[in-house]
Structure formats: structure tokens, C-alpha cells
Design a binder for this molecule. Structure first.
Ligand SMILES: NC(=O)c1ccc[n+]([C@@H]2O[C@H](COP(=O)([O-])OP(=O)(O)OC[C@H]3O[C@@H](n4cnc5c(N)ncnc54)[C@H](OP(=O)(O)O)[C@@H]3O)[C@@H](O)[C@H]2O)c1
Length: 332
């Protein structure tokens, strides 16, 4: 990998861009998340190659949070260092996000949803990434003990201060979302986007959240679309030593029961019949819904990244395929 990076001139030719709700902002159908594989513990050159390759293929949207690593904060530092080396000329072509909500530092001001925490955390994130503003700043989770008005006023303040261009919320229930949208609208900083877990095997957001967002012209981005790697061919023949299930405690090996893997194998067969990998079918299944603005994938290699981007060649499903997927999933 050379030190002088020049982005591919063809980078906007094949990626699809979707409007984020009723805003002016377009997001790529596939975005890149830096929760795993971009910390100090990971191989820097591999992380750098993934970011370059993503950008070369039209992925403009990079999703971070204060606590990504490990250690917490290191993904933002690694990303900042890649930005400085390769992307100073391209900042205006990038959508960079961060979030605050989960445990980040000691004491009463290092987590949840107070104005104190959100503002201080964003200042730290900007410093770690070496940038003046993020494009989207999220409240990472609803705080039951802070008035929602305070959390939303902090987002409004952050946008007005120029440290973020847009405000977002993540992991809020439909009811919490309805209240948050109403407060933000009154403040004059409409919510751009909601980010939640959504995959073929976790359909919680179909509980009304997608409708609330659609009715209010707010975008939706899906995280963990591959259920952290479960909805791929990664675990069909055991647990590879370099996989998330063997490295990180967020995906426990005991979750990967023989029964689950047997059903994943059936999904894999269906994907192959469609001429796709299972990772592609799982991503396509999300993108077939017009309410899904973007799907944020995590990858540990350029090979996985390329596999996922190829999803865009086929995002439609026949009625029979839809029914087959549902019957396999509900058999899990
Ligand atoms: N807002 C929130 O609360 C929240 C929470 C979680 C995540 N997120 C965001 O969403 C992003 C994505 O989440 P995630 O990492 O859980 O997503 P994911 O896409 O469901 O899982 C990513 C993992 O799947 C495996 N994988 C990816 N592509 C593959 C392919 N083509 N073939 C085989 N295996 C493949 C890799 O596992 P190996 O590492 O084992 O190779 C990769 O690390 C995060 O980075 C973060 O930005 C947000």
C-alpha cells in the first residue's frame, strides 16, 4: 500500500445513494461501520486498506462512536490518523458520524444523555479524529433518568455550534422516538436519522419504529445487518480463530448452536440459488425496503467489503424467496 493515496476516479459510478428521510442528504446504500477491526488492537494497514477501498467504491459514510475500539476511543484515533494520511483532500465527500450514550469515562458525566456528557464527549471525539465537525452526531441510547428535552437540547446546541451538521438518535423505541422527533422539530433542528439493529433474524424495528420514521420523513440506517457475522458463511464449518465469535465478547460462541447453524446453512443454500453469498442476501433483504436508507456493515477484510458491495447487483426478492426466508427464520 503506497503512502500517496489518490481516490479512484470511477468511485461514484456504481454505488447507489438514497435520500435520508426528507432531508437534503444522500447516504450510500452500503455504509461502513468501525465498531470492530479499527482499534489499536487491530492491524493498522488492514484498517487503512478497508477505508480506502470503501471510499474508492463510493462508500462515503463512515460510522463511529466514542467507545469503539478496543480500547474505547481508539477507533476514532485510528480513523483520524487514516484521515490525516489519506483523506484531507476528500473531507467534503465524506459523512463521518459519532455518538455518545454508553459508558465512556469514570464518574457521573461519562455516560447516558446529559448535556454535560454529550457536549464533552463530542469535543473529545473531534480531538481524537482531528476534525472540526462530524456530519451526524447521535444520542447513542435513550436515558430514562435525564429529561428527553435536555438530551435533545444538547443535540440542537451541538448542531447550532457547528460541531455537527445533523442530529440523530439510536436505539430509541417507537414511543421515545416520537417524543424526540417532536422536541427536535420544536427546537428547529429536525432529526435526520435513526440508527437501530435490523437483520433477517432481528426484526424488532418492525414494531412500529420504521413507520414512525417514515411518517415523519426521518431516515433509517440499519446496524449489525449480518447479525455480527452469523448471517454469512463464516460459521458454517466451525468458529475460525480470527472471527468475531472467537475474539470479541459481543458475539458469544455458545450462541452458535448446531440448530442455528443448520438453519443458517439453509439460508446459505437459498442465497446460492439466487446467485449471491449469504452476506449479500442478508444485506439485500434489508435494502428491498424503501424505508431503509442505508445498511452499515462491519468488515474485517477488503474481501468481505467487496462481497458486501456486490449486494447491489440484486436487491429484489420473489414472493417464494421471501416466504422461504421467513419459514427458515421462524424455524430457528
Ligand atoms: N448504534 C449502535 O448502538 C450500534 C451497535 C452496533 C453496531 N453499530 C454500527 O454498525 C456497524 C456494523 O455492525 P456489525 O459490525 O455488528 O455488523 P455486521 O455487518 O452484522 O457484522 C460484521 C461482521 O460480519 C462478518 N462479515 C462481514 N462481511 C462478511 C462477508 N461478506 N462474509 C463473511 N463474513 C462477513 C465480519 O466478521 P469477522 O470479524 O468475524 O470477520 C464482520 O466483522 C458497526 O461497525 C457500527 O458502526 C451501531
Amino acid at each position: 500500500m503506497g503512502n500517496n493515496y489518490l481516490a479512484e476516479s470511477s468511485r461514484y459510478k456504481t454505488m447507489k445513494y438514497n435520500r435520508c428521510g426528507k432531508s437534503g442528504l444522500l447516504l450510500p446504500a452500503i455504509s461502513l461501520g468501525l465498531w470492530h477491526n479499527f482499534g489499536f488492537a487491530d492491524n493498522f494497514n488492514n484498517s487503512r486498506e478497508i477505508i480506502r477501498s470503501a471510499f474508492d467504491q463510493g462508500i462515503t459514510h463512515f460510522d463511529l462512536a466514542n467507545n469503539y475500539g478496543p480500547p474505547a476511543g481508539s477507533a476514532e484515533e485510528v480513523f483520524g490518523s487514516i484521515l490525516k494520511k489519506d483523506f484531507t483532500a476528500y473531507r467534503d465527500e465524506m459523512i463521518i458520524t459519532s455518538k455518545a450514550g454508553y459508558d465512556m469515562w469514570d464518574g457521573p458525566y461519562g455516560e447516558w444523555g446529559s448535556r454535560k456528557y454529550l457536549v464533552a464527549s463530542l469535543n473529545q471525539s473531534l480531538k481524537r479524529m482531528g476534525i472540526e465537525y462530524v456530519d451526524i452526531f447521535y444520542s447513542h441510547r435513550f436515558d430514562p433518568n435525564t429529561p428527553l428535552e435536555e438530551t435533545m437540547m444538547a443535540l440542537d446546541h451541538i448542531v447550532r455550534s457547528g460541531k455537527a451538521l445533523y442530529a440523530g438518535i439510536s436505539n430509541y423505541s417507537p414511543e421515545q422516538t416520537t417524543r424526540a422527533l417532536s422536541i427536535l422539530n420544536k427546537l428547529g433542528t429536525p432529526c435526520l436519522v435513526h440508527q437501530s439493529r435490523y437483520s433477517m433474524i432481528d426484526r424488532t424495528v418492525e414494531n412500529g419504529l420504521l413507520d414512525v420514521l417514515n411518517d415523519n420523513g426521518v431516515g433509517f440506517v440499519a446496524f449489525s445487518p449480518l447479525a455480527q457475522g452469523v448471517l454469512t458463511d463464516r460459521y458454517l464449518n466451525g468458529i475460525p480463530a480470527d472471527s468475531r465469535a472467537s475474539k470479541a465478547h459481543f458475539l458469544k460462541p455458545e450462541y452458535l448452536t448446531p440448530g442455528l447453524i443448520a438453519n443458517i446453512s439453509k439460508l446459505n443454500d437459498l442465497a446460492l440459488l439466487r446467485g449471491q453469498t449469504l452476506a449479500q442476501m442478508a444485506t439485500a433483504w434489508l435494502l428491498r425496503d424503501h424505508r431503509v436508507t442505508s445498511v452499515i456493515v462491519g468488515v474485517s477484510s477488503v474481501k468481505q467489503l467487496n462481497d458486501n458491495i456486490e449486494t447491489l447487483n440484486n436487491t429484489t426478492f420473489s414472493k417464494e424467496e421471501e416466504e422461504k426466508i421467513t419459514s427458515i427464520i421462524y424455524g430457528m
